[in-house]
Write a protein that binds this ligand. Structure first.
Ligand SMILES: Cc1cc2nc3c(=O)[nH]c(=O)nc-3n(C[C@H](O)[C@H](O)[C@H](O)COP(=O)(O)O)c2cc1C
Length: 220
């Protein structure tokens, strides 16, 4: 599949089938994702792929944290308050998501419940945590973002759906605890993935993009 086709096919998937990915396919995807470029080729990504018991344990720990009123404490500066046009686009994507599942804007409870699905990995059978040494900060974040997009396109090529999730970096302590990661390891964000449930309304969410001339300037 051409890169253009992959880009057009990839959309965020938030409902999955309970279906395993063949081990060889999974390994090959992550093998190829290693080809991602990084600043000075430092390859700062430390990728944790979770499924089965470790994923269940994480889900339970996230739920416990949420139920006990735990507040997000991301390792990195990930509590942006978007402004102006960015804020409008943020609302636009939230509205697209909630209207696909028939949740009204004023129905705060239903929106919160939909948000909680993030920490249940949308019932995806696999998830990834994109982690790196904390000291790397923005230098590493750039590289991890590039890695994540590479991964999402490799998954798309294999007919596997995914959703990147800043939400998965909001409660890093349970992740470090359950995956036995050192204290100096930061959890930047994550991604749930698996075969898409083609019948799920939430997977019909459509987002748009700004026009070329509002995003790109060509200088001669
Ligand atoms: C870095 C990053 C973090 C994201 N975090 C979340 C998230 O926590 N939960 C979620 O449902 N979607 C999340 N998304 C998905 C975006 O909402 C989605 O990519 C955007 O609305 C465009 O839609 P599309 O992916 O279908 O093209 C995230 C995407 C990116 C790139």
């Amino acid at each position: 599949m051409s890169v253009e086709k992959l880009l057009k096919n990839r959309v965020s998937i938030r409902a999955f089938l309970d279906k395993s990915i063949p081990e060889g396919t999974l390994e090959n995807i992550f093998f190829n994702a290693q080809l991602s470029p990084s600043n000075c080729n430092v390859q700062p990504w430390q990728i944790c792929v979770v499924s089965g018991e470790s994923q269940e344990a994480l889900k339970a720990q996230f739920m416990q944290t949420l139920m006990s009123g735990g507040k997000p404490n991301p390792d990195f500066n990930w509590l942006p308050k978007y402004e102006g046009l960015h804020r409008e686009r943020q609302f636009g994507s939230a509205n697209a998501l909630y209207s696909s599942i028939g949740v009204a804007r004023e129905d705060k409870k239903a929106r919160q419940m939909a948000m909680v699905r993030n920490w249940q990995f949308f019932d995806a059978p696999y998830a990834v945590f994109f982690t790196m040494d904390k000291y790397l900060d923005i230098m590493g974040a750039v590289d991890l973002g590039i890695y994540a997009q590479t991964l999402s396109l490799l998954l798309t090529e294999q007919g596997i759906g995914s959703c990147m999730q800043g939400a998965l970096g909001q409660f890093p302590d349970p992740v470090r605890k359950i995956l036995k990661l050192p204290d100096d390891r930061g959890i930047l964000f994550g991604m749930s993935f698996g075969y898409a449930d083609e019948n799920a309304a939430i997977n019909e969410t459509k987002t748009d993009r700004a026009t070329l001339d509002s995003a790109v300037a060509f200088f001669n």
